[in-house]
Design a protein around this ligand. Sequence first.
Ligand code: TYD
Length: 137
Amino acid sequence: MSLIKWIEFPPLGDDRGSLVALESQQSIPFDLKRVYCIFGTKEGVSRGFHAHKQLKQVAVCVTGRCRMVLDDGRQREEIWLDLATKGILIEDMVWREMHDFSEDCVLLVLASEHYDESDYIRSYNDFIVQIEKKGLL
Ligand code: TYD
């Protein structure tokens, strides 16, 4: 099964232009507690390099593009995020990396929990150990 879970946001645009709405428990399959935005990323910078123990996120690139790598310990997949009308769902215990941000990239991230540093796994080795412990490998 693919790690990449696309979510398409219903297009609400008209002849004036485009519009998408992201709604909790509708196109976003969880209760939303936090929204953050990554923008102004410097050339050559990659971000992420962590997994979350218990946090679901939807990432959508509202302007520009970036390359997202997801890894669940068994497989590693990558996709380009470059549409405001399509996001990806990132579930618990998935390692993520973001690369090749365009200068104008605005990456919007919707999260199921408040910010909590103790929920982060920032070492890939620890991530694999925890995946094994949970019997997910
Ligand atoms: P970080 O998690 O390192 O960003 P990424 O892994 O996506 O590249 O976050 C950078 C800093 O911002 C770090 O000090 C934690 C802080 N932060 C918050 O305070 N709240 C948030 O919602 C996020 C995502 C980060």
